[in-house]
Design a protein around this ligand. Sequence first.
Ligand SMILES: [Zn+2]
Ligand SMILES: [Zn+2]
Length: 63
Amino acid sequence: MKLTQILAIAVASLALAAGGIAAEKKYKAGGCCDKAAKAGEKCEHPCCVKAEAEGKVCAKCNK
Ligand SMILES: [Zn+2]
Ligand SMILES: [Zn+2]
């Protein structure tokens, strides 16, 4: 394996790890979406589902 390939993989995995942390932080701790995410599910509140579909988090439940 070439050094450039190793570097590319290292950068990609770091980006994935950072993305995972950011995804968990976007929910308010103890909130409905946070609890659902920790259970490996998605929050089923209509307001949260709508926000999720837009690539956001529900502002009402995660402030
Ligand atoms: Zn929610
Ligand atoms: Zn909501």
